[in-house]
Ligand binder design. Structure first.
Ligand SMILES: [Zn+2]
Length: 163
């Protein structure tokens, strides 16, 4: 039983870091419904070394996106950037549309996209807490003992900056 579980976890970990199809987890390594927000960590589409902290507040649907060093996302121009769309997509996969919609207090009609039903505006939100929870989440991952570089650790090359 234990051996089976360990094997399963190793396979699971291997799939996450596999360069063949890391699509979903690679683009949104962390998503949660917490603090009255849908929030998470989204990787930059173009720069593997950069991550964004994106969030949508329940009720007001105020949204924000910034780098893990708290620089505003360049994609935010009065409307949600690509990272927020990625975050919403990942949340729907993770929790299901009903739960996400209920949490955010939004009515999503049949065949309608979650993001198109939100009408909040940009509102700066501190992202440091989300990012540090992401780091803790990574620390909880049960990784097999290894002396090889761990791909998950590559998500926060700038970790020193948030200490
Ligand atoms: Zn963004």
């Amino acid at each position: 039983m234990n051996a089976d579980r360990a094997a399963w976890e190793q396979r699971s970990v291997a799939r996450v870091v596999s360069p063949v199809q890391p699509r979903k987890l690679a683009s949104v390594p962390f998503v949660e419904l917490a603090d009255g927000r849908l929030q998470g960590v989204v990787s930059s589409g173009s720069d593997i070394a950069r991550v964004y902290v994106s969030s949508i507040t329940a009720g007001t649907h105020a949204f924000n996106c910034s780098t893990n060093n708290n620089r505003p996302c360049g994609g935010l121009r009065g409307s949600p950037c690509k990272h927020l769309h990625d975050l919403a997509g990942a949340a729907v996969l993770q929790y299901g549309l009903d739960q996400v919609a209920r949490y955010l207090h939004v009515e999503v009609g049949d065949g309608t996209d979650l993001m198109s039903c939100l009408n909040g505006r940009h509102e700066p939100t501190p992202g440091a807490m989300v990012f540090s929870r992401f780091l803790r989440h990574l620390a909880y991952l049960e990784l097999p003992d290894t002396t090889e570089p761990i791909a998950e650790m590559h998500w926060f090359p700038a970790m020193g900056a948030i200490r």
